[in-house]
Design a protein around this ligand. Structure first.
Ligand code: ADP
Ligand code: MG
Length: 259
């Protein structure tokens, strides 16, 4: 039996500017099944990030969202704040492209991670500290005890992204949405972070929505692929199938550009 975690049906996202509505996403449908990694690929501006943000209503007031996004059967489009907050805190976690914008430059690692933990779990200080060390070990930070008092600027880009992943894992999410998580990193570090995400997906049993413009990454991490262009999904299928036999001219073009 396959269980659907995230089910997007006929999702439309428009932005109202000076009275006019520009349609960023034009009625797309896809799902993410339990334990599966689905990649959304497409060039910049195709609507990947707004699709991701719409899953937990993070688009802001100028957005007009139509259609349906259900998470474990619960409707997220137009959901009340309490449900959205609970889902963001406990069930769906995000990792973004640039960790510097998501980490507080004035907080030590211990403090950043403690906030992620304490917000949602009733832990004492000592319990939180050992959970933080456990999380840092899990994401491959060496000698984490010596890193607790470090500030974000004292870490490398790859280490900062590992810390972001630790924060995303803090509450044992069910679905991880990674929006270009390796784009800002050097190629060798990219490979390490991808390997870490693949390991975590297996060990934590998470489902994952992985957003990228890089098809090489998709090949390594995704079970299925949705190819986006101009706010539409122009092709979707099993990763191996898409790579072996791309149907849409745009997918063929992406594949040719990659090789
Ligand atoms: P991608 O992640 O695929 O690069 P985005 O999802 O960020 O693309 O953007 C899709 C389209 O929506 C773009 O044309 C972008 O300019 C527009 N857009 C995104 N966010 C907003 C916003 N807050 N207000 C107005 N337009 C937006
Ligand atoms: Mg984006």
């Amino acid at each position: 039996m396959t269980e659907v975690t995230l089910d997007v049906k006929d999702l439309g996202i428009g932005f109202r500017q000076d009275g006019a509505l520009s349609q960023a996403v034009k009625g797309i449908s896809f799902d993410v099944k339990r334990g599966e990694t689905v990649a959304l690929v497409g060039e910049s501006g195709s609507g990947k990030s707004v699709t991701a943000l719409s899953t937990v209503s993070l688009l802001g007031d100028s957005a007009e969202v139509t259609g349906s996004v259900t998470y474990n059967g619960q409707q997220m489009v137009g959901a009340d704040d309490a449900l959205l907050r609970k889902t963001r805190g406990n069930d769906i976690s995000f990792i973004f492209q640039e960790p510097m914008t998501s980490l507080n430059p004035l907080h030590t690692l211990e403090k950043q991670l403690a906030e992620s933990l304490l917000l949602h779990q009733g832990l004492t200080g000592a319990e939180a500290r050992s959970k933080i060390i456990e999380l840092l070990v899990k994401v491959g930070i060496h000698e984490p005890e010596n890193r607790l008092q470090s500030y974000p600027h004292q870490l490398s880009g790859g280490q900062r992204q590992r810390v972001m992943i630790a924060m995303a894992l803090a509450n044992g999410p069910d679905l991880l949405i990674a929006d270009e998580p390796t784009t800002a990193l050097d190629v060798t570090i990219q490979a390490q972070i991808l390997e870490l995400l693949a390991e975590l997906k297996a060990s934590e049993g998470m489902s994952m929505l992985f957003i990228t413009h890089d098809l090489g990454i998709v090949r390594k991490i995704a079970d299925r692929v949705c190819v986006m262009k101009d706010g539409e999904i122009v092709e979707h299928g099993a990763t191996a199938e898409i790579f072996r036999n791309p149907q849409h001219a745009y997918t063929q073009m992406l594949l040719n550009a990659e090789s």
